[in-house]
Design a binder for this molecule. Structure first.
Ligand code: PMP
Length: 417
């Protein structure tokens, strides 16, 4: 067994039916029906190439990183560090030191809130969030606001699910220290104008964090073009393993920020009198990391690149457009989130059918969707619904998956007539 090369022939257009075969999970039956997996927003599936890479690491390469003088440890370190370079290229960061390994988007945002926040926020300073944030981009800011006396301001969202950009401009002030915004909404599918948001914040002297958990898996990301100060995402939503994620930050900002967690690896010298810290990015990476997961993310990025993020984005837009077209013909279905700029997510409700009944009955037909508040309670409250049913798509989904979803919804409706 050897490390797996990912090579998919492109011959002009990508053969997505063939690509689907890379995902063994998709060929199984669930509750007596072929699985239709439409919960990619929560976690995407892993292609065999990435699973094989993890398997190879565990069988032949495992050793702790950054510590050992022995060959295996050095090999593990090289492979693990290679992911930093791959991510640098994947999001077009200027330096590989700008890529910090975390355990996921939640961890990345907590790192920035704690480290940047404790350095820069003081009583009366303002943090701007939007009404459509995931709890991961709300709660860490509330916690640091409570500790520092900073105040949270919220950009409202209109009936279609777009940010009110005029309200945003009015919220920006000298006191604004941070603007932290979701790139693609996991509840609505709205794609927010990250570059415009960033430019406006910078004109006010505020820093910007973009929560890219739902954008990095689905589109080309160029952090230099967006010019955001921080960008975050999770490996498990982009064909990689759980327990690993990325915080991108501009080097000059990271260099100033204090470490967030203490322990091994993040230090330069330790004594009881004084401890000095390692350089960026290592000063933020205390303790033994999820090494396999880091290597797995590198492999996932190779896999996505072998298809092409532009191809992935094109394919998913096509699927979303097809899904919206089919679902809008379903009697009684109401979309929650109808932005012109949407990606990968279709959220909907029925007045007469609770989302959890919808999800449970769809599951009986082998259709996996997510129901509930999607860790975004404020935006659901904004739309006066306690829960939605969410179909979230990936490039390996097909039009047949959407047809099965529509048939499944009609089947569920038949119980409530
Ligand atoms: N932000 C968004 C937009 C998300 O969709 C998610 C995951 N649902 C998160 C943050 C949190 O990601 P993780 O659980 O991987 O830390």
């Amino acid at each position: 067994m050897s490390k797996v090369d990912v090579s998919i022939s492109k011959a002009g257009t990508v053969d997505f039916d063939k690509i689907r075969e890379d995902f063994p999970v998709l060929s199984q039956q669930v509750n007596g029906h072929p699985l239709v997996y439409l919960d990619n927003g929560a976690s995407s599936q892993m292609p065999a190439q990435v699973a094989d890479r993890l398997d190879y690491y565990h069988r032949f390469e495992h050793s702790n990183v950054h510590r050992g003088i022995h060959t295996l440890s050095q090999q593990a370190t090289d492979e693990y560090e290679l992911t930093r370079k791959k991510i640098q290229a994947f999001i077009n960061a200027r330096h590989s030191e700008e890529i910090i390994y975390t355990t996921g988007t939640t961890d990345s945002i907590n790192l920035v809130a704690n480290s940047f926040g404790s350095l820069h926020f003081k009583e009366g300073d303002e943090i701007i969030l939007s009404q459509m944030e995931h709890h991961a981009n709300i709660v860490p800011w509330q916690m640091i606001a409570e500790r520092t006396g900073a105040i949270i301001k919220v950009i409202p969202v209109d009936d279609r699910g777009d940010l009110d950009m005029e309200a945003y401009k009015n919220l920006l002030a000298d006191k604004t220290k941070m603007v932290a915004i979701i790139h693609v909404s996991n509840a609505l599918g709205t794609v927010n104008p990250a570059k415009e948001i960033t430019d406006l914040a910078h004109e006010s002297g505020a820093a910007v964090l973009i929560d890219g958990a739902q954008s990095a898996p689905h589109q080309v990301i160029d952090v230099q073009d967006i010019d955001c100060d921080f960008f975050t995402f999770s490996a498990h939503k982009m064909c990689g393993p759980t327990g690993f994620g990325i915080l991108y930050g501009k080097k000059e900002i990271l260099d100033e920020m204090p470490p967030y967690r203490g322990g091994g690896d993040m230090i330069d010298k330790v004594s009881f009198e004084e401890t000095t810290y390692n350089v960026t990015p290592f000063k933020f990476e205390a303790g033994t990391p999820p090494i396999a997961a880091g290597i797995g993310l590198g492999s996932a990025v190779d896999y996505l690149n072998s298809i092409g993020m532009d191809e992935i984005s094109r394919r998913e837009h096509e699927l979303v457009a097809y899904g919206v077209e089919r679902l809008k013909r379903v009697d009684g279905l109401r979309f929650i989130g109808e932005s012109e700029n949407r990606a990968s997510v279709i959220s909907f409700v029925f007045d007469e059918i609770h989302a959890s009944d919808m999800g449970t009955l769809l599951d009986k037909r082998g259709i996996a969707v997510r129901t509930g508040h999607h860790c975004a309670q404020p935006i659901l409250r904004r739309f006066n619904v306690p829960a939605t049913t969410r179909a979230s798509l990936s490039f390996y989904n097909s039009k047949e998956d959407i047809d099965r979803l529509v048939d499944g919804i009609e089947y569920v409706k038949s119980f409530f007539e």
